[in-house]
Design a protein around this ligand. Structure first.
Ligand code: ME8
Length: 484
């Protein structure tokens, strides 16, 4: 039976253009979604933009634009990059859309009616960059640049009321927070008393946001607004069938920088609103350049467009997926990118493809030959393909994508060895039938490796299927029999 799979990326701030970091999460979600589709499941893949709040308002002001025009313009550069990167998202949400505003208003009302929102006067230290009040300890850490002392009346969400339920939920649902060390980090955080969450901003200070339905002098705190996008898109208010099909989300994919907002704010908001919690929140590490986080504010950003222009989209996707161990940080270097490109893609994969296609075209008029009797080595290739598929799936289900890719590449290397050993280009001169069997075996193995790699490299593998003249995406050996 088809299973529903709902995967989300963070919705990105439109304060600057997308970069390799934001592209990474989006490509990862795309790979996972394509993989689910390949397994026969119904995937709903959501990405989008976080368009409210101080950061965006400031970015617009800097450019001399009103925030809406700024967002409209920025959204184009995200959409065109995702298009270029072959991102197969099913929906693209922008938090300034009406469909989202009505859901935020509805959730605010529900939480308010549940008695979980109260008004309070608050005096404290406010970080302009983080857009939130911070503790004395945080201020002393020196991590927060521009800090102001502020006294304000605001609305607060009773997050603390749900602290115990959240701890219980995390403990009784081992897959809820992944990887394990992030779960422990959050449980450690929840060991201390949890503060309530300030969810409003007075319009006198910030007006670029969704107005509170119960006080028109305030707009909603950007995170309270943004997180709700995950239920807006699958139709929380306007499409019950779709919502019931996809919610709770299978996976919120995020970077480790936004773990607390997803693992603490979001689930407590959902608890208060009486909505089921997502099944898994998975936090990946950062791409670093020279061990520093690549980010819009530090400026050490690699423009993915430049790499794509030079090497093509799929090598960039491949490198990002192959080089990061999910959950840990990874270093982006042009040197390692070129190494991967040359060794895995040009040598191993490219070599095999050109060997197979030359042989087919030269000796068999571009048609994969018929199978005759199999030698023990041919049989071994068949067995190792089954093993490769199984190991690949095991790695994927543990989110070890780099290992899954390595498994597929090991398989590709073993096919190259098989060719070197069996030398069909020599055999063909004496025994066309035997050479045909070798070629069939190699081509079928290559086809299966391409099926495995297709969520990662949709374009390159599509070309390969064209060369092999097949539509079959069957992961089982013998798909060649249904080659057309
Ligand atoms: O935080 N390495 O948006 P954002 C890996 N709007 N991933 C990186 C990265 C890096 N160097 N830099 C950024 C926000 N990312 C909020 C989210 S969700 C309801 C609201 C990725 O534009 C990573 O996924 O700052 C990170 O979590 C996200 O971009 C932050 O994007």
């Amino acid at each position: 039976m088809n299973k529903s799979f709902y995967i989300t990326t963070p919705i990105y701030y439109v304060n600057d253009d997308p970069h390799i970091g934001t592209a990474y999460t989006t490509i990862l979600a795309d790979v996972l979604s394509r993989y689910q589709v390949q397994l026969g499941n119904d995937s709903f893949f959501l990405t989008g933009l976080d368009e409210h709040g101080q950061k965006v308002q400031e970015a617009a002001t800097k450019r001399g634009l009103n925030p809406k025009d700024h967002c409209d313009e920025m959204s184009k550069s995200f959409i065109s990059l995702w298009d270029r990167l072959h991102i197969s998202n099913n929906d693209f949400i922008r938090t300034t859309e009406d469909r989202h505003k009505v859901v935020v208003e509805k959730i605010l009302k529900t939480v308010y009616d549940a008695g979980d929102i109260y008004e309070d006067e608050y005096e404290g230290l406010y970080s302009v960059a983080e857009e939130r009040f911070i503790t004395e300890k945080e201020a002393d850490s020196g991590q927060f640049g521009n800090i102001k002392k502020l006294k304000e009346k605001n609305y607060f969400f009773k997050m603390s009321k749900y602290q115990k339920s959240l701890i219980d939920h995390i403990k009784s649902n081992p897959m809820f927070l992944q990887p394990e060390h992030r779960k422990n980090e959050i449980l450690g955080f929840l060991n201390k008393p949890l503060n309530d969450l300030c969810i409003s901003r007075p319009k006198s200070r910030l007006n670029w946001g969704i107005e509170l339905p119960f006080d028109s002098d305030y707009v909603t705190y950007v995170w309270f607004d943004a997180l709700i996008n995950y239920i807006t898109a699958p139709g929380f208010l306007n499409n019950k069938t779709l919502f019931d099909k996809y919610w709770p989300a299978s996976m919120h994919l995020i970077g480790k920088d936004i773990l607390t907002t997803h693992a603490v704010y979001w689930p407590t908001m959902l608890m208060s609103a009486g909505i089921e919690l997502p099944k898994t929140i998975f936090a990946h590490g950062w791409w670093l350049m020279e061990d520093e986080k690549m980010s819009k504010s530090t400026g050490n950003v690699i423009n993915p467009m430049d790499l794509i222009d030079e090497y093509g989209v799929d090598p960039v996707r491949y490198y990002l997926m192959r080089e990061m161990v999910l959950g840990q940080d990874a270093n982006f270097t042009i040197k390692s990118f070129i190494n991967r490109y040359n060794s895995d893609l040009a040598n191993d994969f490219g070599n095999l493809l050109s060997r197979v296609s030359t042989l087919i075209n030269k000796n068999y008029d571009g048609e994969i030959p018929e199978l005759s009797s199999l030698s023990s080595y041919d049989k071994k290739v068949e067995d190792s393909s089954k093993e490769a598929v199984q190991n690949f799936d095991n790695y994927m289900s543990n989110m070890a994508i780099n290992d899954a890719i390595e498994e597929a590449l090991q398989f590709v290397r073993s096919i190259n060895k098989y060719f070197e050993h069996s030398a069909p280009w020599k055999v063909v001169k004496e025994d066309k039938e035997l050479a045909g069997t070798i070629l069939y075996t190699g081509a079928e193995a290559l086809r299966i490796s391409a099926v495995l790699l297709s969520p990662i490299m949709p374009e390159k593998t599509k070309k390969l299927f064209q060369v092999l003249n097949t539509d079959s995406r069957d992961r089982k050996w013998g798909g060649a029999e249904i080659w057309d």
